[in-house]
Design a protein around this ligand. Structure first.
Ligand SMILES: Cc1cc2nc3c(=O)[nH]c(=O)nc-3n(C[C@H](O)[C@H](O)[C@H](O)COP(=O)(O)OP(=O)(O)OC[C@H]3O[C@@H](n4cnc5c(N)ncnc54)[C@H](O)[C@@H]3O)c2cc1C
Length: 384
């Protein structure tokens, strides 16, 4: 049986685990990062091509501040490793309807945080983006410095850099932690026994399978579909030079321009049915494709009949309200939980890693919104 000793063991090499390992390694800790299927694998929530990074978050300052901090860290990181293209500076356009409180409150929150932004009315939107069908009640917030992260490759780059700085990475599956298994410690499927002063479980949509008692009923894993549509050869208005990354808050849709010629990305943010991340098939449904096409016809009519080029089927790992779970295990002093990304967690990876570094070193007070105790077993989404 393989046995090893570390200061910190991080279970899960998605965006949360990768950045946690990176920050812990940077602080001089001896770190093991371990994943059952590989960093940002296709089953993982971080395994997609791209993720939005924006700072508008409604009235609260918490996620706006974290997004700002993370955007700086992502960009500095990509520049340092010589891969600036992993952030695509498309800008982000949050399209809303007049009277929508969350969007209106975001304007004040962005101003207070000093995030560069513009407010565009329907007329300005139509002039600037004639490829978008804008209703008379429509308006938008444009963040020029936000954009898209090339997700899977970004996570893999963070893991590679953590390893270059001294972290160790293993591909193996950690067995579930229950009251009955506690005495055995951190044990893997292949039979390795890991000694670590502190253990962080960053298992994304598997968090309730790995910690069934601690998480019981407090993770809501939902199926989500992403579609890529082909842009006509003679049409330049859907490329990143002319179309930003966008969100349509009213319709719960969001998407991206034709990044790297992969196609126009379109996804629905509404929660799908409950799924198991390990077992779910990644085949799109005819209903999902039909509703994506109906949305195209309404908002991007030039693409109404565009061919479907590809799909991704993934899952959100939702907490009850959308706030993250970044907390100590309720019964174990040296065990920590990092999850509940809830469809918006990717962008925050750097800030999550830094927050846990400080929390685990008792340098900061815990943020109440990230506590496990604040999460219920009934879902009521409050963060988007
Ligand atoms: C379709 C889609 C679109 C999204 N869009 C956005 C967006 O635009 N912007 C944004 O900010 N966020 C977005 N999100 C949310 C974001 O991607 C997730 O919140 C984030 O990726 C979660 O990262 P994670 O590290 O917690 O989980 P994961 O990426 O799932 O990583 C968990 C890892 O743990 C490993 N693991 C689990 N159990 C074990 C075990 N027992 N032993 C070893 N390893 C284990 C898994 O293999 C996996 O690699 C989106 C999510 C989806 C699905």
């Amino acid at each position: 049986m393989r046995a090893a000793r570390f200061d910190v063991a991080v279970v899960g090499a998605g965006v949360f685990g990768a950045w946690i390992a990176w920050h812990q390694t940077g602080a001089g800790r001896r770190v093991l990062l371990i994943d059952q299927h590989g960093p940002a694998n296709t089953r993982a929530s971080s395994g997609g091509e791209s993720r939005v990074i924006r700072c508008a978050y409604g009235p609260g300052a918490l996620y706006t501040r974290m997004a700002q901090q993370s955007l700086t860290q992502w960009r500095e990181f990509f520049d340092r490793i010589g891969r600036p293209e992993l952030f695509q500076a498309t800008g982000v356009l949050w399209m809303a309807m007049r009277g929508q409180a969350a969007a209106e409150q975001s304007v004040a929150a962005l101003a207070a945080a000093g995030v560069a932004h513009e407010v565009l009315d329907a007329k300005a939107l139509r002039t600037r983006y004639p490829q978008i069908q804008v209703p008379d009640q429509g308006w938008a917030i444009f963040e020029p410095h936000s954009g898209a992260l090339l997700a899977r490759r970004a996570v893999q780059a963070v893991v590679a850099d953590a390893c270059a700085r001294g972290a160790e990475y293993w591909r193996d599956q950690v067995l579930p932690l229950t009251a009955a298994s506690r005495a055995a410690g951190l044990v893997t499927h292949s039979g390795a026994r890991i000694e670590a002063d502190q253990i962080v479980y960053a298992c994304g949509p598997w968090l309730d399978q790995v910690l069934p008692e601690a998480m019981a009923g407090r993770l809501f894993v939902t199926r989500q579909e992403v579609h890529y549509f082909g842009v006509p050869a003679d049409e330049s208005r859907f490329g990143p030079a002319q179309l930003p990354t966008w969100m349509d808050f009213d319709g719960e849709w969001y998407g991206m321009p034709d990044l790297e010629s992969r196609g126009f990305k379109l996804a629905c943010d509404r929660h799908g049915p409950a799924v198991d991340p390990e077992r779910q098939e990644r085949t799109p449904t005819p209903e999902g494709i039909d509703s994506a096409r109906a949305f195209l016809a309404r908002r991007f009519p030039t693409l109404a009949d565009a061919p479907l080029l590809g799909t991704e089927v993934c899952q959100y790992e939702n907490s009850s309200n959308g706030d993250f779970v970044l907390d100590r295990h309720p019964g174990l002093e040296r065990v920590w939980l990092a999850g509940g990304g809830s469809g918006h967690g990717f962008k925050h990876g750097p800030a999550v890693g830094e927050y846990l570094l400080k929390l685990m070193a008792a340098e900061i007070e815990p943020e109440p919104r990230f506590s496990l105790a604040s999460k219920s077993t009934t879902q009521q989404r409050a963060v988007h």
